[in-house]
Design a protein around this ligand. Structure first.
Ligand SMILES: NC(=O)c1ccc[n+]([C@@H]2O[C@H](COP(=O)([O-])OP(=O)(O)OC[C@H]3O[C@@H](n4cnc5c(N)ncnc54)[C@H](O)[C@@H]3O)[C@@H](O)[C@H]2O)c1
Ligand SMILES: [Zn+2]
Length: 395
């Protein structure tokens, strides 16, 4: 078996847990479950969806059974609209039918939707049972599966009901990304760029280099190269997880009073505008990560206009977002509607929007919306959404 990478997530006053990363990591789910769950664990309930389960379900079930667990599985609908309380209730009924006890566990096999839903159900079932994340989208591998946030959506908004519930382990198989649709990859890369932009220049550079190599089509041709690329991918995902894990360890519950450059809130870079873009298009045009692609540019444009961020840094960010892939157009959207949506962002504190801006690549600064003149936000929006990232204009 190829080399596995491990990232530890440290939590104050509790047991650490491991993120295991490797091309063949799926073959380790049983082993990992044995090591990380209670010694009394007998039953494991796998939650997935039809698309992912068809690709990877049989292997995961086999592996868990080989490790001695009684395994049942249940498939939820595919897509964000299924991440709601009704689905959670069905998942809970399935756990009961599977006779899961306090020491048993749930395995979430899929993207962030499955992870959030299954994690939430695991958090409330018997007031919390163990769960394992087996993320299969890039976004879930570098972001959603790390950090212990679980949630469902309601009619009033996304992720408004949830719980902090850390997994016992995360198992990341990079091989699963081979079947991921291009747009999902683009969305994941945008979040990866985000983590580099607010995290550290080396992380940003590592991400950028990987994307450049991807573009030059250097991939997959020869076996030797393909395996080197696979290794680089695993290393990059490990670096991304390690960054997110570090932020989470230092600010597990996202303390709203914190405004420093290492608070969990910096992960919201690009998200003020992204949420607005998603809302004004009724969640139909953009994958969330694609909207973050534009959102980061808006925040960087604001930073530049406030004299905080050098033009060359803004340009590096723009070039990197371009490498992530094509984004749906955004230059036809109603500017006033976007501004209204920004003003009602749910992450505001005391009624004021808090922008995550950049001082440079790798260094974020949280700024209250009150300190930013509206004309600066308007100009930044116009510049960032101007269409250079879409299909037609990329030449
Ligand atoms: N908890 C957190 O901290 C956190 C952080 C970020 C995002 N999220 C949540 O994550 C969700 C988005 O997750 P996502 O982007 O992974 O979307 P997703 O879970 O909807 O997956 C995207 C699509 O890819 C399919 N898919 C998954 N893995 C595949 C594979 N290996 N091959 C082929 N198809 C595959 C899915 O079936 C789905 O159709 C949102 O609900 C968001 O709120 C949570
Ligand atoms: Zn996001």
């Amino acid at each position: 078996m190829k080399q596995m990478r491990q990232v530890s997530v440290r939590l104050a006053g509790r047991e650490n847990y491991e993120i295991e990363i490797g091309a063949n990591a799926l073959a380790r789910v049983g082993d990992t479950a044995r090591r990380s769950l209670s010694p009394h664990a007998r039953r494991v309930a796998v939650v997935s969806n039809a698309r992912v389960f068809k690709l990877y379900g049989a292997g995961v079930l086999r592996d868990l059974r080989a490790a001695g667990f009684a395994v049942s599985h249940w498939l939820m609908g595919d897509g964000e609209r299924h991440k709601n309380l009704r689905t959670a209730e069905r998942a809970l009924a399935f756990f009961s039918e599977s006779k899961l006890e306090r020491t048993d566990a749930v395995v979430a096999l899929g993207g962030g939707v499955v992870g959030d839903l299954a994690g939430f159900a695991a958090a409330v079932y018997l007031r919390g049972i163990g769960f394992l994340q087996v993320p299969t989208t890039l976004l879930a591998q570098i972001d959603a599966s790390v950090g212990g946030k679980t949630a469902v959506n309601t009619r009033e908004g996304k992720n408004l009901i949830g719980a902090f519930h850390q997994p016992r382990a995360v198992v990341i198989s990079t091989a699963t990304l081979a079947t991921l649709p291009t747009r999902e990859l683009t969305a994941g890369w945008c979040e990866a760029i985000k983590q580099g932009a607010v995290g550290s220049r080396p992380l940003f550079e590592q991400t950028r280099r990987f994307l450049v190599a991807e573009q030059t089509g250097e991939a997959a041709r020869e076996l030797e190269r393909a395996s080197r690329r696979a290794d680089e991918l695993a290393e990059l995902i490990a670096a991304q997880c390690s960054f997110k894990a570090k932020i989470v360890s230092a600010d597990e519950r996202e303390d709203v009073s914190r405004t420093d450059a290492r608070s969990r809130r910096i992960l919201n870079f690009g998200h003020t505008t992204a949420h607005a873009l998603e809302a004004v298009t009724r969640y139909r045009r953009f994958r969330h990560g694609e909207a973050v692609g534009y959102g980061m540019l808006v925040a960087a444009e604001i930073s530049n206009r406030l004299g905080m961020l050098a033009a060359s840094e803004l340009e590096s960010l723009r070039a990197c977002v371009q490498l992530a892939g094509r984004l749906p157009r955004a230059d036809d959207l109603d500017e006033r509607a976007i501004l209204r949506a920004i003003a009602s962002d749910k992450k505001s504190v005391g009624g004021h929007v808090r922008w995550v801006l950049l001082e440079r690549i790798g260094r974020a600064r949280i700024v209250s919306g009150q300190e930013i003149p509206p004309r600066v936000v308007r100009a930044a929006l116009r510049a960032a959404l101007a269409g250079s990232l879409t299909d037609e204009k990329r030449g």
